[in-house]
Write a protein that binds this ligand. Sequence first.
Ligand code: ZN
Length: 448
Amino acid sequence: MKDRFQGIKAMDKGLISVDQWGKGSQAYFLTHLHADHTQGLSSKWNKGPLFCSPISANLFPTKFPDFNLSLLRVLEIGETHSIPLISPTSGSAITIRVTPIDAHHCPGAVMYLFRGEFGCMLHTGDFRWEKDSERALLGKIMLLKALEGDEVDLLYLDNTYCNPSFSFPPRKVAAQQVVDIITSHPDDDVIIGVDTLGKEDLLLHISHVLKTKIWVWPERLHTMHLLGFGDVFTTKTCLTRVRAVPRYSFTIETLEALNKIRPTIGVMPSGLPWRVRTLNGKDASLGSSLSFSCKRKEKTDGRICLGRSQLDENSSSPERIHRYIYSVPYSDHSCFSEIGDFIKLVQPSKISGIVSSSCCYVNPRYYFGNLSGPNKQSVQSLKKFRRSGPAELVKFIQTDAVNKERTMRDTCREVRRSRVSILRRQRHGVKIEEVDSICRSDMDAGIT
Ligand SMILES: [Zn+2]
């Protein structure tokens, strides 16, 4: 049988990069256009061919004016594309196959399934895996078709909410929660905090149900036109009481200033629950600001607790966090149970989280190690035990204990590493040349 780990470890350096833009790769892949995935990309960037989805290609010049568009290579979603490259070590011609799959995150966002001599690798980028969504079902069919029965050797996973504390409803439900908040304030103006891309479906739902246009700032209107939603949006404030504003301008100060002119409420759609914090921790008269309520506590057993009492009680429903502000659990990232569903479907041999440091970072192997890698083998051992009887049980328990210890050791290592940059979110793309070091560090930790 082919040794897939060996295949990945032996993969040539300097082959491809995903959401990493430094020099040294022959082909560069963009999952989507959010800023944390394009760090290092600029209008002057020219390090090689850049592969992306049709929608990302369409939006690209808006984000990077004067970019050399002849570098863009558009990949149709759901189709498998062959890309000829040169092995940097042997100099011989090789071919990799790549299939972009709808990531259901923001317009143009895709996952990439790569296959080649190195084995089979899936990079989710940012993704939402809603169980009952028709689009996610199509994505699932697309992924299974692309896999053609192959196993995923290495899964790069959007682990933004990889913690059981994060449980939120499908976006359809959260969108209706936003509508309900707006209709319960018939005399108020409404501002909704959004990024430069994403949450379009939420805004379209509000517009459709309330039969109103939605105000956006001029650059956002241009993006909406490019996405084909131009009719729904406007830059004229007199036409609507609902306004989507840049997330950075969504502050308590903004809401208080607006309320001096007209009654106005704010809605913040996000997977992370927001809280109002006083600036000195005590006295509200000295000022307050909005921040994530993600309280990170490390337990003595190495687990990370995220202020569960707050999160569990409220993470599925909207919450009034200030007299003018509501937090609604509308997320473009998968929640914990959806991540689990995805891993069960893919059953990768190895998992690596793409969010390497955040206030809530947990190595996905901590929770899902039993569905991947050596622990997957221990599950298989259990199945075998059920078939063959107690003689196998001893073996299973031993294997499981060792794996548990390894997973714990690995988790503690990750906790130490991310403590340095607590509250600073930094996403990491993938460079194939890093696969060697990932494998090596895992071997050091006794994982592989
Ligand atoms: Zn994103």
